[in-house]
Write a protein that binds this ligand. Structure first.
Ligand SMILES: [Zn+2]
Length: 299
């Protein structure tokens, strides 16, 4: 009952995806919707499925970014068969969360799996991979940057620093000037910061700033972790400012002796952020959780 009410509020606020992502309804039908972004680039979404999946059809194979919640790997693979006869050869995960990596275990063992190195460390703590003979575990990692493929098939992976976790990869398709940002820019809302997986309130503004300054010349469109439609680099710039102001608000309040709970109760969504959700996901301690983490980090 309580969960239904919270979900209802979040649906109204337009951010249900983020919650449904981490709380999939058991045995709900797994229906995948395909958005064709370019002739060979698709976004796969599905209610209860978790994070947005990108499918990039290359000359001799298919690259997939993120594999959704448990049980969604096979539906993703089946949907890709409707799009192309080419085999899936590469799977990239933006970060460690279960609504982005769990479907990995259903992919063929031959598929190359690539993640940022801290994400591999985080994935190794997840029971789902142990339960599946380590199938779907990362095979290759990168630290700050990696390029896979050339020409029209090129994919650039970047790590700009800690934020949502300590292993958030930004996946760029340079020919299309599109990036998959994962959950470090999940949507237009207060960021989810997972302190248990190395996420950082202190560092997220600078990480986002670095992503924007590095990518703004080569990228136009963003596939966000959980948005129903793509955003732009202008949206990322606005999100940088939003995060800078949120952290500055927290720092000033803590310095003035306020508690994280007071700061959360007194926070109001600034009017200039139209299109932002004023509802904060209850995951990871909600808004008080963000300020508790900030307090812990700056002590
Ligand atoms: Zn996440």
């Amino acid at each position: 009952m309580k969960r239904a009410v919270i979900l209802g509020l979040l649906v109204a606020a337009g951010s249900v995806a983020m919650v449904a992502a981490e709380q999939p309804a058991a045995n709900a039908p797994k229906v995948i919707e395909v958005e064709k972004v370019k002739d060979n680039l698709f976004v796969l979404r599905g209610a209860g499925g978790g994070g947005n999946t990108a499918v990039f059809v290359m000359a001799n194979g298919v690259a997939v970014v993120d594999a959704k919640n448990p049980g969604w790997g096979q539906p993703i693979l089946s949907k890709i068969k409707e799009l192309t006869p080419k085999p899936v050869t590469l799977l990239i995960n933006t970060h460690t969360h279960g609504d982005h990596v769990s479907g990995n275990v259903e992919f063929p063992a031959s598929v190359d799996v690539v993640v940022q190195e801290n994400t591999k460390t985080n994935m190794e703590k997840m029971p789902i991979f142990k339960e599946h003979n380590n199938n779907g575990m990362a095979k290759r990692t990168f630290k700050d940057k990696m390029t896979i493929g050339t020409g029209a098939d090129q994919i650039d992976l970047y790590y700009f620093g800690r934020g949502h976790t300590n292993g958030d990869a930004w996946i760029v398709f340079p020919t299309h000037r599109i990036v998959h940002s994962g959950d470090i820019f999940a949507g237009k809302s207060v960021p989810l910061i997972d302190g248990n997986n190395g996420g950082s309130m202190v560092e997220i503004p600078a990480t986002l700033r670095k992503a924007h300054s590095t990518l703004s010349k080569s990228v136009d469109q963003i596939i966000n972790g959980h948005m129903p439609a793509q955003t732009t680099m202008a949206d990322l710039n606005e999100f940088v400012q939003f995060n800078e102001e949120l952290v500055a608000y927290g720092r000033a309040g803590l310095k003035a002796g306020k508690t994280p709970e007071q700061l959360a109760a007194e926070w109001k969504l600034p009017e200039k952020y139209s299109g932002y959700s004023s509802q904060v996901s209850a995951l990871m301690g909600g808004l008080p959780g963000r300020f508790q983490l900030l307090q812990k980090e700056i002590q």
